[in-house]
Ligand binder design. Structure first.
Ligand code: 4AD
Ligand code: MG
Length: 430
């Protein structure tokens, strides 16, 4: 009976067939311990010279790391590790013998590993990270559907900027000349929610950021959410509920993966709402008392984010930022015309800004002048302004960076490990 390793616990005492690859191998004289992986999990397969055919023993001796293999044998519980299983092999055959697999079970430098990303993905840590990523994606879908949002797909090829002209990737588009890869689906999602009320998108976004940090990719996945008749406070509430939901789901579904990653669970187990809220003005004051020389009107850097969250067990909202350093679409704070009704959610454990959100400017004239002030071309934004002419309503939304979220939950230092094929300032291969 062919089974996948993830289903092995139901087959104790039975003979099963596993199809996969050799992950690691150890032999002691007449016994070979083969660690097999099949994509769904890992299992130790034991081959004893005395109890198998000569062919099977020869295969066990010859098999090399990452050779593909089919193994048949009897499933037993691991004698010492509860919840783990072993395969007592009766028959082993090599599908294809790999030679000189480049990634050995030892430390390699990051550039070497990235050059071999197509193979590095097979290693246990990378396997675990991609599975956590999948669980986070599914959690986002489930959370939003539970809350009455529907998925709306926004375009990737766009004639206009969403997040400022300096980080646009241009592409040549027939007679149109240069158009751009999307920085965020937000503007289109705003149009869609005037039809469906609450919506989210989830797809690749692009930023030509010349930042070489452990938190920046040039291609990353963003989930944008948008809802009508939701204002600033409620917007933050939706965000924190979503984060709480995602973390709980990962704790429930990713125990094996987080153990492989040696991710301490306690910080994740302590995540609950509400998250602390600091206004930008309060954050600047707090940074001054912590010794920072940041000035009112500056963006927060990595160090500032680290200082603000260093003793926090919960992510922190920094909200109501100066209008001058935020994009045109954010709604002016009715209590202070120099500020906007936005929030950045700063993660704990050095994860940085996980979410950027805001209430949107819903007044036609104010939005029009904000667009012009930013030097953006009027005609490309006419359709966006139309939303403020035909039944404008208060609405708000936010964008979650998938890789930063996965990086935090996995406890990995650099987000290049959280996306299957990272695109960085200095890397687009493989
Ligand atoms: O804060 P940002 O720029 O917000 C927007 O794009 C809004 N239009 C979203 C919205 O309101 N619908 O980006 C949102 C999130 C950030 O908080 C961060 O987590 C992630 O996207 N992000 C990046 N992740 C990896 N690499 C980059 N270069 C990123 N830039 C932003
Ligand atoms: Mg932001």
């Amino acid at each position: 009976m062919y089974i996948r390793i993830s289903n092995i616990s139901a087959t104790v005492g039975q003979e099963v067939t596993i199809k996969g690859w050799l992950y690691n191998k150890r032999s002691s004289g007449s016994i070979a311990f083969l660690e097999l992986r099949d994509g769904s999990g890992f299992i130790q397969a034991i081959v004893s010279k005395g109890s198998v055919t000569d062919e099977t023993w020869a295969a066990a001796e010859a098999i090399t790391q990452e050779s593909s293999v089919i193994a048949t044998g009897t499933v037993s519980e691991h004698p010492r590790k509860p919840g783990e299983y072993e395969l007592q092999v009766r028959e082993l055959s090599i599908v294809q013998q790999a030679s000189d697999y480049p990634i050995a079970h030892k430390e390699h430098g990051p550039e070497f590993l990235l050059d071999n990303r197509h193979l590095w993905l097979r290693s246990k840590r990378q396997w675990a990270i991609q599975r956590v990523r999948d669980v986070v994606i599914q959690a986002v879908y489930d959370y939003f559907h539970q809350e009455g949002f529907i998925k709306i797909d926004t375009p990737i090829i766009t004639p206009n900027a969403c997040e400022g002209a300096t980080t646009l990737f241009g592409i040549e588009y027939f007679d149109e000349g240069t158009v751009f890869l999307s920085q965020s689906g937000q503007l289109y999602l705003e149009a869609a929610v005037m039809s469906v009320g609450r919506a989210f998108d989830f797809g690749p976004t692009f930023r030509a950021e010349k930042s070489k940090t452990r938190r920046h990719l040039t291609e990353f996945w963003m989930m944008d959410a948008e809802a009508t008749f939701v204002e600033h406070e409620d917007n933050m509430h939706i965000q924190e509920q979503m984060i709480v939901f995602i973390v709980a789901r990962c704790l429930e579904k990713c125990q094996q993966e987080l153990a492989i990653l040696e991710r301490p669970l306690e910080p994740l187990q302590k995540i609950h709402g509400p998250f602390p809220r600091l206004t930008y003005t309060e954050a600047i004051d707090q940074l001054h008392t912590l010794g920072s020389d940041i000035k009112f009107g500056d963006d927060l850097g990595n160090d500032d984010e680290g200082l603000l969250t260093q003793n926090s067990e919960l992510p922190i909202f920094i909200h109501k930022w100066p209008k001058t350093i935020k994009p045109f679409y954010m709604k002016q704070d009715p209590e202070n015309p120099d500020l906007v009704l936005n929030d950045d959610l700063i993660g704990i454990e050095g994860s940085g800004e996980l979410i950027g959100g805001s209430q949107r400017e819903d007044n036609y004239d104010k939005l029009k002048s904000a667009i012009e002030k930013e030097g953006l071309q009027g005609p490309e934004y006419q359709w966006y302004l139309d939303l403020r002419r035909y039944g404008s309503v208060p609405h708000a939304g936010f964008g979650l960076g998938l890789e930063r979220t996965v990086g935090w939950i996995c406890g990995v230092q650099h987000i290049r490990e959280t996306i299957p094929f990272p695109r960085l300032l200095n890397r687009i291969r493989p």
